[in-house]
Design a binder for this molecule. Structure first.
Ligand SMILES: C[S@@+](CC[C@H](N)C(=O)[O-])C[C@H]1O[C@@H](n2cnc3c(N)ncnc32)[C@H](O)[C@@H]1O
Length: 272
């Protein structure tokens, strides 16, 4: 596909801008928090210059790969520029207001600070914690409402380009079902969270049946908001546990899973 060099410059500028914004936010916020509530255990150390160069190189490689996949028609251009700016604007003050709580939790190593109202019997043990020190873990509407921005800051603006890495292998794998109608192909996104991956999947697979599954009601509600205005068939959302998927054998043709495995205990990883 012949692409417009200006669009590529716009894409790279957007990614670099987000990367700088993410880094700046982390630097400013941790300095400020440490000023207000000093953490005596927090040690600063010099980062090896070569490590920084390597990180920069992998970010550049990620952007190149993202662009190449778009040029190969794996997904439409609109995905490259799909950023919820208005939502981020609303979420940003909330992220700041939440920061003292996150900081204190991290400082005091409080990892099970969850809403009192939750029924712990409904969740696996490993799930009942504050992943990445986030307020309420995955168990509140508040947590779900700021998740997208928090993740994008954590990954220096590359959360969506990393999510898109699943699309090419999925397209390649689904070639095995070329004899079927696209509308009979089912793709499941396990631990779909706030639904950002579902949006990427719908962009790349406009006709296929897409299902998102997650354990968190709050995150599923957030996902429902994200996908409600998408073109194409309705995406199905299911509350369920990835350890015990409610699907018949061979009933799915594609499965994706983004940003979940690093949060699972070792035993579960082996089971998968
Ligand atoms: C880091 S988030 C990733 C969300 C999403 N995939 C994304 O790209 O942002 C992890 C998600 O996994 C979900 N989760 C964790 N353990 C799960 C399980 N056993 N079954 C279903 N969902 C689970 C959480 O509720 C949360 O929404």
């Amino acid at each position: 596909m012949a692409t417009d060099p200006l669009t590529k410059i716009a894409y790279k500028t957007l990614q670099q801008g987000k990367s700088i914004a993410g880094l700046a936010h982390k630097e400013i916020s941790s300095r400020l928090m440490n000023l207000i509530s000093p953490d005596k255990d927090l040690k600063s150390f010099d980062i090896d210059k070569n490590l920084l160069i390597d990180i920069q190189k992998s970010m550049d490689a990620l952007r190149e790969e993202d662009w190449k996949d778009y040029e190969e028609n794996i997904y439409p251009q609109k995905l490259l520029f799909d950023e919820p700016w208005l939502r981020y604007l609303i979420q940003y003050p909330k992220v700041w207001l939440d920061m003292p709580n996150t900081w204190e939790r991290r400082k005091n190593q409080k990892v099970n600070d969850l809403p009192k109202s939750i029924d712990k019997d409904n969740y696996p043990n490993y799930y009942l914690r504050n992943f990445h020190h986030q307020t309420d873990g995955y168990l509140s509407d508040f947590s779900a409402s700021i998740y997208d921005l928090q993740v994008d800051i954590l990954f220096n603006g590359s959360a969506n380009s990393m999510r898109r890495r699943i699309l090419k292998p999925l397209k390649e794998g689904l070639i095995n079902f070329n004899d079927r109608k696209n509308s009979s192909i089912k793709i499941l996104d396990v631990a779909t969270g706030s639904g950002r991956t579902l949006k990427q999947l719908r962009g790349a697979f406009p006709k296929e049946k897409i299902i998102g599954l997650d354990l968190s009601d709050s995150y599923l509600k957030e996902a429902s908001r994200h996908i409600s205005d998408l073109d194409g068939d309705l995406i199905e959302l299911i509350k369920g546990n990835a350890e015990d998927l409610p699907f018949e054998d061979n009933s799915l043709q594609g499965v994706s899973c983004v940003y979940l495995f690093h949060e699972l205990p070792e035993l579960l990883e082996k089971k998968f």
